[in-house]
Write a protein that binds this ligand. Structure first.
Ligand SMILES: *[C@@H]1O[C@H](CO)[C@@H](O)[C@H](O)[C@H]1NC(C)=O
Ligand SMILES: *[C@@H]1O[C@H](CO)[C@@H](O)[C@H](O)[C@H]1NC(C)=O
Length: 355
């Protein structure tokens, strides 16, 4: 059998091209995911800690990152007595007038609130910000406290310190604490549960996850709408984020896709980069309607505006979303100005109720 020269050329050519094409096929870059490209690196513009759940926050220039979230963030919480159920701005807006302040020199947290029935008097007490186990054993009692329907161990402060706050709340309350490093962890639920996240993680007293990260561009975009609708602008602090990053106004709400994040310490303060798993979008209630400076509650905004266009998570369609909830994989120190990168994006976020 003789082969025509064309056939011979075809055989030789395919003997060459088939391996080459196979090689190219096998080593090709993964196709761009339907979630799109990762956004450009940016930087951290603000850090906030809220030592007592639902009370006034503190803006800081740097914060220690613990496995449970930022150091001092939501490690304290007011609870009802005798039921030990969490108290929040949702049912008592004035809680945001309770102001913790931190003195680094004495490592003390001082808590103040306007005294009821007085114009200028203040309620006040101070506690160690990083109490030792010995101090806690001596000065607090242990009791389970309830957040949503989850009970978790806590340390209860003496009423000698906290009883003046009963008048502020108009009922008997207790202040409880959870030490991040040596008290029983409060395991994450919802999208942070071990079966979903892939590893065990815990937090102190936030509703769901250790951290909330927000993109400045999104609050700016929301404010454009609020301004047009009601001549109103609001401060991002109403959303109680921990970490705020800079954006450019090109396409706000880019954070909806974040999946894996990295913060790299900049300059002299050193330290290794920290990686974060974004568990889900943060579905909001009406807490952002409360002005944290005055505790005044707006009847409709920003809730109504957010409801119009931010019901974007098919796992929780009856609530609007703002900010992304995260779990840190490493600990370290975070500073304003640190580099912030999105390593991976996803179009698979879906909110799982946790309670
Ligand atoms: C909008 O609010 C600002 C500040 O509260 C006020 O000075 C201004 O007059 C208002 N503008 C309109 C159009 O109501
Ligand atoms: C923040 O949002 C802006 C759009 O408003 C977007 O350009 C930017 O990429 C976002 N930043 C990150 C880190 O996703």
């Amino acid at each position: 059998m003789t082969l025509s020269s064309t056939t011979r050329i075809a055989i030789i050519a395919s003997a060459f091209f088939v391996p080459v094409l196979t090689y190219v096929y096998l080593t090709r870059k993964p196709k761009k995911s339907s979630a799109g490209l990762v956004p450009a690196a940016t930087e951290i513009t603000a850090l906030y800690i809220h030592p007592i759940k639902s009370c006034h926050g503190i803006s800081v220039q740097s914060a220690k990152l613990l496995p449970t979230g930022l150091d001092l963030d939501r490690q304290w919480m007011w609870v009802t007595y005798p039921n030990y159920e969490f108290l929040t701005i949702r049912n008592f807006a004035k809680m945001t007038l309770i102001r913790p302040s931190y003195d680094a020199n004495t490592d003390t947290l001082t808590i103040t609130a306007p005294a009821p029935n007085s114009i200028d008097e203040k309620l006040e007490f101070s506690i160690p910000a990083h109490p030792s186990k010995e101090w806690l054993n001596k000065n607090t009692e242990t009791h389970e406290a309830k957040i949503w329907n989850q009970w978790t161990s806590s340390r209860v402060f003496s009423t000698k310190l906290t009883s003046p706050f009963n008048d502020f709340f108009g009922k008997e309350v207790r202040l409880v604490y959870k030490a991040s490093l040596y008290d029983d962890p409060r395991p994450l639920r919802s999208n942070g549960a071990k079966e979903v996240l892939g590893y065990e993680a815990s937090t102190c007293f936030p509703d769901l996850m250790p951290l909330l990260v927000g993109n400045e561009s999104s609050i700016a975009e929301l404010n454009t709408r609020l301004k047009a609708a009601e001549n109103l602008t609001i401060d991002v602090r109403r959303f109680r984020p921990n970490i705020l990053v800079k954006g450019d106004a090109a396409n706000a709400w880019d954070e909806d896709r974040w999946k894996t994040l990295r913060i790299s310490p900049k300059g002299q303060h050193g330290g290794k980069p920290m990686t974060f798993d974004v568990t889900q979008r943060c579905a909001r209630c009406r807490v952002p309607n409360v002005d944290p400076e005055t505790a005044e509650q707006h009847k409709t905004q920003p809730w109504d505006t957010l409801m119009k266009y931010r019901r974007i998570d098919e796992g929780i369609t009856y609530k609007p979303c703002f900010g992304m909830l995260c779990v840190p994989r490493e600990t370290g120190k975070i500073k304003v100005g640190d580099k912030f990168e999105v390593l991976e994006v996803t179009d698979k976020h879906r909110y799982m109720p946790g309670f």
